[in-house]
Design a protein around this ligand. Structure first.
Ligand code: ADP
Ligand code: MG
Length: 364
Protein backbone atom coordinates (compact mmCIF):
# COMPACT_ATOMS: atom_id res chain seq x y z
CA UNK A 1 0.00 0.00 0.00
CA UNK A 2 1.35 3.43 -0.86
CA UNK A 3 1.20 6.19 1.72
CA UNK A 4 -1.62 8.71 1.28
CA UNK A 5 -0.59 12.17 0.12
CA UNK A 6 0.46 14.63 2.80
CA UNK A 7 -2.18 17.13 1.67
CA UNK A 8 -5.21 16.32 -0.41
CA UNK A 9 -8.06 18.51 -1.63
CA UNK A 10 -11.03 16.67 -3.10
CA UNK A 11 -13.56 18.60 -5.17
CA UNK A 12 -13.34 21.70 -3.01
CA UNK A 13 -15.73 24.54 -3.89
CA UNK A 14 -16.45 27.86 -2.26
CA UNK A 15 -19.12 30.36 -3.28
CA UNK A 16 -19.28 34.07 -2.51
CA UNK A 17 -22.35 36.00 -3.62
CA UNK A 18 -23.41 33.33 -6.10
CA UNK A 19 -19.99 33.06 -7.72
CA UNK A 20 -17.85 29.91 -7.54
CA UNK A 21 -14.67 31.57 -6.34
CA UNK A 22 -13.13 28.13 -5.85
CA UNK A 23 -14.65 25.67 -8.27
CA UNK A 24 -14.16 21.93 -7.85
CA UNK A 25 -10.47 22.07 -6.96
CA UNK A 26 -8.68 18.75 -6.45
CA UNK A 27 -5.02 18.60 -5.59
CA UNK A 28 -2.52 16.33 -3.86
CA UNK A 29 0.89 17.20 -2.44
CA UNK A 30 3.48 14.68 -1.27
CA UNK A 31 5.89 15.28 1.64
CA UNK A 32 8.82 17.42 0.47
CA UNK A 33 6.94 18.55 -2.61
CA UNK A 34 6.32 22.17 -3.54
CA UNK A 35 3.14 22.87 -5.48
CA UNK A 36 2.43 26.37 -6.73
CA UNK A 37 -1.09 27.65 -7.22
CA UNK A 38 -0.48 30.08 -10.02
CA UNK A 39 -2.99 32.44 -11.56
CA UNK A 40 -4.04 36.03 -12.03
CA UNK A 41 -5.24 38.17 -9.16
CA UNK A 42 -8.77 37.26 -8.06
CA UNK A 43 -8.78 33.70 -9.44
CA UNK A 44 -9.28 32.11 -6.01
CA UNK A 45 -5.78 31.22 -4.86
CA UNK A 46 -5.90 32.80 -1.41
CA UNK A 47 -9.38 31.46 -0.78
CA UNK A 48 -8.11 27.95 -1.50
CA UNK A 49 -5.24 28.47 0.92
CA UNK A 50 -7.54 29.82 3.61
CA UNK A 51 -9.72 26.75 3.29
CA UNK A 52 -6.71 24.47 3.79
CA UNK A 53 -5.61 26.55 6.78
CA UNK A 54 -9.11 26.24 8.21
CA UNK A 55 -9.73 29.97 8.56
CA UNK A 56 -12.37 29.70 5.86
CA UNK A 57 -14.60 26.76 5.12
CA UNK A 58 -15.53 25.23 1.77
CA UNK A 59 -19.18 24.78 0.77
CA UNK A 60 -18.42 21.31 -0.54
CA UNK A 61 -15.50 18.94 -0.86
CA UNK A 62 -12.90 17.57 1.52
CA UNK A 63 -9.49 18.46 2.89
CA UNK A 64 -7.31 15.58 4.09
CA UNK A 65 -3.88 15.38 5.69
CA UNK A 66 -2.05 12.04 5.58
CA UNK A 67 -5.35 10.50 4.61
CA UNK A 68 -7.17 11.83 7.68
CA UNK A 69 -10.20 13.99 7.16
CA UNK A 70 -9.69 17.58 8.34
CA UNK A 71 -12.75 19.14 6.86
CA UNK A 72 -15.90 18.27 4.95
CA UNK A 73 -19.64 19.06 5.25
CA UNK A 74 -19.82 17.81 8.82
CA UNK A 75 -16.33 17.95 10.22
CA UNK A 76 -14.08 21.00 10.63
CA UNK A 77 -10.82 20.76 12.56
CA UNK A 78 -9.96 24.28 13.81
CA UNK A 79 -6.87 26.01 12.34
CA UNK A 80 -4.73 25.69 15.48
CA UNK A 81 -5.14 21.91 15.52
CA UNK A 82 -4.13 21.34 11.90
CA UNK A 83 -0.34 21.34 12.30
CA UNK A 84 -0.04 23.64 9.34
CA UNK A 85 2.52 26.45 9.05
CA UNK A 86 1.57 29.74 7.46
CA UNK A 87 3.58 32.43 5.77
CA UNK A 88 1.98 35.44 4.18
CA UNK A 89 3.21 38.61 2.54
CA UNK A 90 2.12 40.74 5.49
CA UNK A 91 3.70 38.30 7.90
CA UNK A 92 3.87 40.78 10.84
CA UNK A 93 6.31 39.65 13.49
CA UNK A 94 5.29 40.47 17.05
CA UNK A 95 6.94 43.88 17.53
CA UNK A 96 7.21 43.66 21.31
CA UNK A 97 8.92 40.22 21.23
CA UNK A 98 12.59 39.65 20.46
CA UNK A 99 13.61 37.65 17.42
CA UNK A 100 14.19 34.57 19.58
CA UNK A 101 10.80 34.99 21.27
CA UNK A 102 9.14 35.39 17.91
CA UNK A 103 10.68 32.16 16.61
CA UNK A 104 9.82 30.31 19.84
CA UNK A 105 6.23 31.54 19.78
CA UNK A 106 4.59 28.34 18.50
CA UNK A 107 6.82 25.91 20.42
CA UNK A 108 5.44 23.72 23.19
CA UNK A 109 8.63 22.12 24.52
CA UNK A 110 10.77 22.81 27.57
CA UNK A 111 12.66 26.07 27.79
CA UNK A 112 16.00 24.40 27.01
CA UNK A 113 14.66 22.45 24.04
CA UNK A 114 12.96 25.53 22.64
CA UNK A 115 16.15 27.56 22.98
CA UNK A 116 18.05 24.87 21.09
CA UNK A 117 15.44 24.78 18.33
CA UNK A 118 15.46 28.59 18.02
CA UNK A 119 19.27 28.66 17.81
CA UNK A 120 19.22 25.92 15.17
CA UNK A 121 16.70 27.79 13.02
CA UNK A 122 18.36 31.19 13.33
CA UNK A 123 21.55 29.50 12.24
CA UNK A 124 19.77 27.97 9.25
CA UNK A 125 18.29 31.29 8.11
CA UNK A 126 21.69 32.92 8.51
CA UNK A 127 20.80 35.12 11.46
CA UNK A 128 22.73 33.37 14.24
CA UNK A 129 23.39 36.47 16.34
CA UNK A 130 20.01 38.11 15.96
CA UNK A 131 18.10 36.40 18.81
CA UNK A 132 18.03 39.36 21.16
CA UNK A 133 17.22 41.99 18.53
CA UNK A 134 13.74 43.36 17.95
CA UNK A 135 11.83 43.38 14.64
CA UNK A 136 12.19 47.14 14.08
CA UNK A 137 15.99 46.72 14.14
CA UNK A 138 15.87 44.35 11.15
CA UNK A 139 15.76 44.93 7.40
CA UNK A 140 12.82 43.62 5.36
CA UNK A 141 14.78 40.57 4.25
CA UNK A 142 15.88 39.77 7.78
CA UNK A 143 12.32 40.05 9.03
CA UNK A 144 11.23 37.69 6.28
CA UNK A 145 13.81 35.14 7.35
CA UNK A 146 12.70 35.39 10.96
CA UNK A 147 9.12 34.83 9.84
CA UNK A 148 10.26 31.74 7.96
CA UNK A 149 12.11 30.45 11.03
CA UNK A 150 9.01 31.08 13.15
CA UNK A 151 6.77 29.22 10.71
CA UNK A 152 9.16 26.24 10.54
CA UNK A 153 9.95 26.03 14.26
CA UNK A 154 7.08 23.68 15.24
CA UNK A 155 7.99 21.37 12.30
CA UNK A 156 4.71 21.72 10.42
CA UNK A 157 3.86 18.86 8.09
CA UNK A 158 2.43 21.37 5.64
CA UNK A 159 3.43 24.92 4.86
CA UNK A 160 1.04 27.35 3.22
CA UNK A 161 2.64 30.40 1.67
CA UNK A 162 0.69 33.26 0.13
CA UNK A 163 2.84 35.52 -2.08
CA UNK A 164 5.41 35.44 0.72
CA UNK A 165 8.23 37.11 -1.20
CA UNK A 166 6.38 39.87 -3.00
CA UNK A 167 7.31 42.54 -0.45
CA UNK A 168 11.03 42.05 -1.04
CA UNK A 169 13.22 43.71 -3.63
CA UNK A 170 14.25 41.50 -6.47
CA UNK A 171 17.80 40.49 -5.68
CA UNK A 172 17.03 39.77 -2.07
CA UNK A 173 13.99 37.81 -3.21
CA UNK A 174 16.01 35.28 -5.22
CA UNK A 175 18.31 34.67 -2.29
CA UNK A 176 15.51 34.21 0.21
CA UNK A 177 13.51 32.00 -2.13
CA UNK A 178 16.44 29.64 -2.52
CA UNK A 179 17.16 29.55 1.21
CA UNK A 180 13.49 28.91 1.92
CA UNK A 181 13.28 26.12 -0.60
CA UNK A 182 16.37 24.43 0.83
CA UNK A 183 14.93 24.52 4.33
CA UNK A 184 11.52 23.22 3.34
CA UNK A 185 12.98 20.40 1.25
CA UNK A 186 15.31 19.43 4.04
CA UNK A 187 12.42 19.27 6.51
CA UNK A 188 10.28 17.21 4.10
CA UNK A 189 7.46 19.71 4.39
CA UNK A 190 4.65 19.65 1.83
CA UNK A 191 4.31 23.18 0.50
CA UNK A 192 1.39 24.92 -1.14
CA UNK A 193 2.67 28.23 -2.46
CA UNK A 194 0.39 30.85 -3.94
CA UNK A 195 1.71 33.30 -6.50
CA UNK A 196 0.59 35.33 -9.50
CA UNK A 197 4.14 35.45 -10.88
CA UNK A 198 5.04 32.74 -13.39
CA UNK A 199 8.76 33.26 -12.79
CA UNK A 200 8.34 32.58 -9.10
CA UNK A 201 6.32 29.44 -9.80
CA UNK A 202 8.85 28.18 -12.34
CA UNK A 203 11.62 28.76 -9.87
CA UNK A 204 10.01 27.26 -6.79
CA UNK A 205 7.60 24.56 -7.89
CA UNK A 206 7.91 20.86 -8.41
CA UNK A 207 4.40 21.11 -9.73
CA UNK A 208 2.34 24.05 -10.94
CA UNK A 209 -1.44 24.16 -10.71
CA UNK A 210 -2.59 26.85 -13.09
CA UNK A 211 -5.78 28.46 -11.83
CA UNK A 212 -8.36 30.56 -13.67
CA UNK A 213 -11.82 31.64 -12.49
CA UNK A 214 -11.63 29.30 -9.52
CA UNK A 215 -10.71 26.21 -11.51
CA UNK A 216 -7.42 24.42 -12.00
CA UNK A 217 -7.05 24.44 -15.78
CA UNK A 218 -3.71 22.65 -15.97
CA UNK A 219 -1.42 20.88 -13.58
CA UNK A 220 2.06 19.48 -14.01
CA UNK A 221 5.80 20.02 -13.82
CA UNK A 222 6.93 23.53 -14.82
CA UNK A 223 8.60 22.13 -17.93
CA UNK A 224 5.39 20.50 -19.11
CA UNK A 225 3.18 23.48 -18.43
CA UNK A 226 5.55 25.84 -20.22
CA UNK A 227 6.12 23.59 -23.20
CA UNK A 228 2.71 22.01 -23.50
CA UNK A 229 0.11 24.60 -22.47
CA UNK A 230 -3.55 23.59 -22.62
CA UNK A 231 -4.71 26.71 -24.39
CA UNK A 232 -3.71 30.14 -25.66
CA UNK A 233 -4.22 31.83 -22.30
CA UNK A 234 -2.05 29.23 -20.54
CA UNK A 235 0.69 29.79 -23.12
CA UNK A 236 0.40 33.56 -22.76
CA UNK A 237 0.54 33.50 -19.00
CA UNK A 238 4.22 32.53 -19.01
CA UNK A 239 5.65 34.81 -21.67
CA UNK A 240 4.86 37.15 -24.45
CA UNK A 241 3.49 35.12 -27.36
CA UNK A 242 3.15 35.58 -31.09
CA UNK A 243 -0.16 34.48 -32.55
CA UNK A 244 -0.55 33.59 -36.20
CA UNK A 245 -4.16 33.03 -37.12
CA UNK A 246 -5.11 30.78 -40.00
CA UNK A 247 -8.00 28.77 -41.43
CA UNK A 248 -7.92 24.99 -41.73
CA UNK A 249 -8.23 23.35 -45.17
CA UNK A 250 -7.96 19.59 -45.27
CA UNK A 251 -6.09 19.25 -41.96
CA UNK A 252 -3.56 21.87 -43.10
CA UNK A 253 -3.34 25.54 -42.30
CA UNK A 254 -1.54 27.80 -44.74
CA UNK A 255 0.68 30.51 -43.22
CA UNK A 256 3.47 32.73 -44.54
CA UNK A 257 5.76 30.17 -42.89
CA UNK A 258 4.40 27.35 -44.99
CA UNK A 259 1.64 24.84 -44.30
CA UNK A 260 1.08 23.60 -40.78
CA UNK A 261 -0.41 20.24 -39.94
CA UNK A 262 -3.50 20.97 -37.89
CA UNK A 263 -5.21 17.62 -37.56
CA UNK A 264 -8.39 17.22 -35.55
CA UNK A 265 -9.63 20.73 -36.27
CA UNK A 266 -12.74 20.89 -38.48
CA UNK A 267 -12.26 22.17 -42.01
CA UNK A 268 -12.99 25.86 -42.39
CA UNK A 269 -12.51 26.72 -38.73
CA UNK A 270 -9.83 29.09 -37.46
CA UNK A 271 -6.73 28.13 -35.52
CA UNK A 272 -4.13 30.10 -33.61
CA UNK A 273 -0.56 29.01 -34.13
CA UNK A 274 1.40 30.27 -31.16
CA UNK A 275 5.12 30.74 -30.84
CA UNK A 276 7.14 32.29 -28.05
CA UNK A 277 9.52 35.11 -29.07
CA UNK A 278 12.63 33.07 -28.28
CA UNK A 279 11.58 30.40 -30.78
CA UNK A 280 11.53 32.60 -33.83
CA UNK A 281 14.61 32.18 -36.01
CA UNK A 282 16.08 35.19 -37.75
CA UNK A 283 18.06 34.93 -40.95
CA UNK A 284 19.68 37.34 -43.42
CA UNK A 285 18.06 38.83 -46.49
CA UNK A 286 20.52 37.46 -49.09
CA UNK A 287 19.43 40.05 -51.66
CA UNK A 288 15.77 39.22 -51.12
CA UNK A 289 16.08 35.44 -51.54
CA UNK A 290 16.14 34.48 -47.86
CA UNK A 291 17.15 31.06 -46.53
CA UNK A 292 16.05 27.74 -47.97
CA UNK A 293 13.16 25.99 -46.25
CA UNK A 294 14.05 23.27 -43.75
CA UNK A 295 11.94 20.38 -42.44
CA UNK A 296 12.23 21.70 -38.89
CA UNK A 297 11.71 25.41 -39.44
CA UNK A 298 9.52 25.30 -42.53
CA UNK A 299 9.54 28.17 -44.93
CA UNK A 300 10.95 31.60 -44.10
CA UNK A 301 8.95 34.80 -44.43
CA UNK A 302 10.30 38.26 -45.07
CA UNK A 303 9.90 41.03 -42.53
CA UNK A 304 11.32 44.42 -41.72
CA UNK A 305 12.57 45.57 -38.35
CA UNK A 306 10.27 47.98 -36.57
CA UNK A 307 12.46 48.46 -33.54
CA UNK A 308 15.11 46.61 -31.57
CA UNK A 309 15.87 47.00 -27.88
CA UNK A 310 18.63 45.72 -25.71
CA UNK A 311 17.20 44.15 -22.53
CA UNK A 312 20.42 43.05 -20.81
CA UNK A 313 20.29 39.29 -21.12
CA UNK A 314 18.69 39.41 -24.55
CA UNK A 315 17.60 41.73 -27.32
CA UNK A 316 13.97 42.18 -28.28
CA UNK A 317 13.30 42.76 -31.95
CA UNK A 318 9.89 43.69 -33.31
CA UNK A 319 9.09 42.94 -36.92
CA UNK A 320 6.46 43.91 -39.43
CA UNK A 321 5.72 41.03 -41.80
CA UNK A 322 5.94 41.93 -45.48
CA UNK A 323 2.97 39.78 -46.52
CA UNK A 324 0.26 41.30 -44.34
CA UNK A 325 1.77 43.97 -42.10
CA UNK A 326 1.20 41.88 -38.96
CA UNK A 327 3.74 42.22 -36.17
CA UNK A 328 5.87 39.54 -34.53
CA UNK A 329 8.39 39.75 -31.72
CA UNK A 330 11.59 37.81 -31.40
CA UNK A 331 14.10 37.66 -28.60
CA UNK A 332 17.71 36.89 -29.27
CA UNK A 333 20.29 36.11 -26.59
CA UNK A 334 22.91 38.85 -26.15
CA UNK A 335 23.18 41.91 -28.35
CA UNK A 336 21.33 42.01 -31.66
CA UNK A 337 20.23 45.48 -32.66
CA UNK A 338 19.45 45.73 -36.37
CA UNK A 339 18.35 49.17 -37.51
CA UNK A 340 14.68 49.95 -38.11
CA UNK A 341 13.75 49.13 -41.68
CA UNK A 342 16.33 46.35 -42.06
CA UNK A 343 14.93 43.45 -44.09
CA UNK A 344 15.33 40.06 -42.45
CA UNK A 345 13.69 36.66 -42.73
CA UNK A 346 11.85 34.83 -39.99
CA UNK A 347 11.25 31.14 -39.47
CA UNK A 348 9.32 29.48 -36.73
CA UNK A 349 10.45 26.28 -35.12
CA UNK A 350 7.69 23.80 -35.79
CA UNK A 351 8.47 21.74 -32.69
CA UNK A 352 7.98 24.84 -30.54
CA UNK A 353 4.58 25.89 -31.88
CA UNK A 354 1.28 25.37 -30.12
CA UNK A 355 -1.83 25.07 -32.22
CA UNK A 356 -5.25 25.79 -30.72
CA UNK A 357 -8.69 26.16 -32.26
CA UNK A 358 -9.75 29.79 -31.92
CA UNK A 359 -11.83 30.10 -28.80
CA UNK A 360 -13.88 33.25 -29.20
CA UNK A 361 -15.14 33.18 -25.62
CA UNK A 362 -11.69 32.84 -24.05
CA UNK A 363 -10.19 35.48 -26.34
CA UNK A 364 -12.45 38.20 -24.89
N1 ADP B 1 -14.85 36.76 2.19
C1 ADP B 1 -15.16 37.06 0.93
N2 ADP B 1 -16.38 37.53 0.61
C2 ADP B 1 -16.70 37.83 -0.66
N3 ADP B 1 -15.89 37.66 -1.69
C3 ADP B 1 -14.67 37.18 -1.45
C4 ADP B 1 -14.23 36.86 -0.14
N4 ADP B 1 -12.97 36.40 -0.21
C5 ADP B 1 -12.62 36.45 -1.51
N5 ADP B 1 -13.63 36.91 -2.26
C6 ADP B 1 -13.61 37.07 -3.72
O1 ADP B 1 -13.20 35.86 -4.28
C7 ADP B 1 -12.37 36.09 -5.41
C8 ADP B 1 -11.07 35.36 -5.25
O2 ADP B 1 -10.32 35.96 -4.21
P1 ADP B 1 -8.89 35.42 -3.77
O3 ADP B 1 -9.00 33.99 -3.40
O4 ADP B 1 -8.38 36.34 -2.74
O5 ADP B 1 -8.08 35.57 -5.13
P2 ADP B 1 -6.49 35.54 -5.37
O6 ADP B 1 -5.81 35.18 -4.11
O7 ADP B 1 -6.32 34.53 -6.47
O8 ADP B 1 -6.14 36.91 -5.85
C9 ADP B 1 -12.23 37.59 -5.54
O9 ADP B 1 -13.13 38.04 -6.52
C10 ADP B 1 -12.59 38.09 -4.17
O10 ADP B 1 -13.14 39.39 -4.25
MG1 MG C 1 -4.42 36.35 -3.01
Amino acid sequence: MTAPPRLELRHVSRRFGGVNVVDDVSLTIAPGQVTCLLGPSGCGKSTTLRIVAGVDRQDSGEVRVDGLLLSDDTRHVPPEERGIGLMFQDFALFPHLSVAENVAFGLRGTRARNAARVAELLERVNLPDFGSKYPHQLSGGEQQRVALARALAPRPRIMLMDEPFSGLDERLRDEIRDATLDLLKEAGTAVLLVTHEPDEAMRMADEIALMRHGRIVQQGAPYNIYNNPVDRAAAGFFSDINVIRGRVRGALTATPFGDFLTPGVPDGSEVDIIIRPQHLRIDFDRAGRGPNPTPQDGQAARASVLRARYMGRESLVEFRMDHDGSQLRATVPGVFLPRAGTALWLMIRRDRCFVFPVDRAAAE
